[in-house]
Write a protein that binds this ligand. Sequence first.
Ligand code: XBP
Ligand code: MG
Length: 230
Amino acid sequence: MDALKALIFDVDGTLADTERDGHRCAFNLAFGEHGLEWQWDEQTYGRLLTVAGGKERLRHYAERYDPAFFAGRDADALIRALHATKTRHYVRLAGSGRIPLRPGVGCLIETAIARGLRLAIATTTTPENVEALLSATLSEPVRRRFEVIGAGDVVAAKKPASDIYAWVLERLDLPPESCLAIEDSHNGLQAALGAGLRCLVNRNDYTRNEDFGGAWRVVDTLEGLEVDDL
Ligand code: XBP
Ligand code: MG
């Protein structure tokens, strides 16, 4: 195995538990603002999380549960508008500091920096959402150490496609063998494996029962994880 040179972090569910009390609430606030009666409870949202990407999730939900939503309207424009409203609400929620890093994440980032490891992000969410969360949870010097941020629509195919990891590896100019991906979900694991990366899965309440076959390691917390063990 090549010497480890970089950690590539997923964001939602991995750096922080952003889905239940962040993205889900932002979607519901957007529905209200747009006069829709949709409301995603925790259980419904957990099922919808198998569709990566907020715009893709909205389309999936409308097609499956409210096909009349698109009748005679520009579906793409509607979804873009809904998603922009949702992102505005999420940026405010994440930027408020109400969504903390998961246990052990801050310490792992700090020790990785101390060991000279390079840091990157590979996420399905938007760059503005990443910026809001990192600004609220990391100091400016630490935030600046994330030298590549691969987020959202920079690639056409989202997780479980491996495009976002390939995009990040290209900009790190590193082979997959010298990097470790840190993820929380089956979709994220598949994306990392597809790019030839070892993947450490940090399960959470939404992803606990997903299939993590092929993961290098599966944990329920990053607390106590030593960089030298990676
Ligand atoms: C998880 C996702 C994202 C978020 C919502 O991303 O699938 O779509 O649920 O964010 P990650 P957007 O790869 O970080 O686990 O609405 O901005 O897509
Ligand atoms: Mg995730």
